[in-house]
Design a protein around this ligand. Structure first.
Ligand SMILES: [Zn+2]
Length: 41
């Protein structure tokens, strides 16, 4: 069961900031494609 979860996340494409290319931590909201450093309100 646990292995299935790991495989699920491994198969997910890494979410990267579209501005600087840094790998982003999975966030609950997906309204932005840039990291916190690049995201300006
Ligand atoms: Zn960025």
């Amino acid at each position: 069961m646990i292995e299935n979860v790991i495989e699920f996340f491994k198969n997910l494409p890494a979410k990267m900031c579209r501005n600087c290319g840094n790998e982003m931590v999975e966030q609950h909201d997906c309204y932005t494609n840039v990291c916190d450093d690049c995201h300006e309100i």
